[in-house]
Design a protein around this ligand. Structure first.
Ligand code: MD3
Ligand code: FE
Length: 216
């Protein structure tokens, strides 16, 4: 079949609903790989990956940096968004167009119109790195979704519930997968299981995750 009607009613082939408000768009970023790689190079040349410290004094095993008007950071004083990179003292680099465009297109495909991200946290996991179960609560309003882009080595995403004690679902995330987390899923606990060793043509022995957010 062809034509508008068939397209409208055809299920998007890569769209998986994980829970109310949470969707995975498998392979959604694959046609933008080259531009994404260049943009990550450009951002991280300006503001390198670093291991931040939690308020409790632990070094995060994932290395992080940011782009956009606001960047997420943590140190002994707490978790927060800042306009300047505390390492360089300069503003975080601008959000590359390919990041913004990918995020708004994915949000729209998942049913969230008008997503206007002002922050992008970039996480780099090397083998053994993980992220414990947590909620993303440092943003001003929880009406906007968060869009995440998985690149490089595969990972096991831990999708918990509304309480920390809820047993998480294990969801595989692969290179090119884009996920959209909003509405009832926005405040669910989540994390990443320790990354298994391996190598991937996109990022070598690492997984890179972008999370695009509306922080203000
Ligand atoms: C579900 N990052 O940076 S992305 C984070 O793969 C973070 O680096 C993980 O959790 C990573 O805060 C997971 C997927 C994700 C991001 C935000 C969410 C899932 C989410 C917010 C609410 C619910
Ligand atoms: Fe998170």
């Amino acid at each position: 079949m062809s034509g508008r009607t068939a397209d409208l009613f055809a299920p998007a082939k890569h769209r998986e609903t994980l829970a109310e408000g949470a969707m995975i768009l498998r392979g959604f970023a694959l046609d933008r790989e080259t531009a994404l790689a260049a943009a990550i190079e450009q951002v991280t040349a300006d503001t390198p990956f670093r291991h931040m410290e939690t308020p409790g004094g632990h070094r995060m095993s994932a290395a992080m940096t940011n782009c956009g008007e606001l960047g997420w950071t943590t140190d002994r004083r707490g978790y927060r968004y800042t306009r300047d990179d505390p390492e360089t003292g300069r503003p975080w680099p601008a959000m590359p167009t390919v990041f913004r465009e990918l995020a708004t297109t994915a949000a729209t495909a998942a049913g969230y119109t008008g997503f206007d991200p002002d922050a992008c946290l970039i996480n780099r996991y090397q083998p053994g790195a993980r992220m414990g179960l947590h909620q993303d609560r440092n943003e001003q309003d929880f009406d906007a979704p968060i869009v995440s882009v998985s690149l490089g080595l595969p990972a096991t995403f831990l999708f918990g519930g509304d309480r920390r004690a809820d047993r998480p679902q294990r969801v595989p995330l692969e290179h090119g997968d884009v996920a959209v987390w909003g509405a009832a899923a926005r405040l669910r606990y989540h994390g990443i299981a320790p990354l298994r060793a391996g190598s991937h043509p996109f990022a070598g022995e690492a997984r890179i995750n972008l999370t695009l957010r509306r922080a203000s």
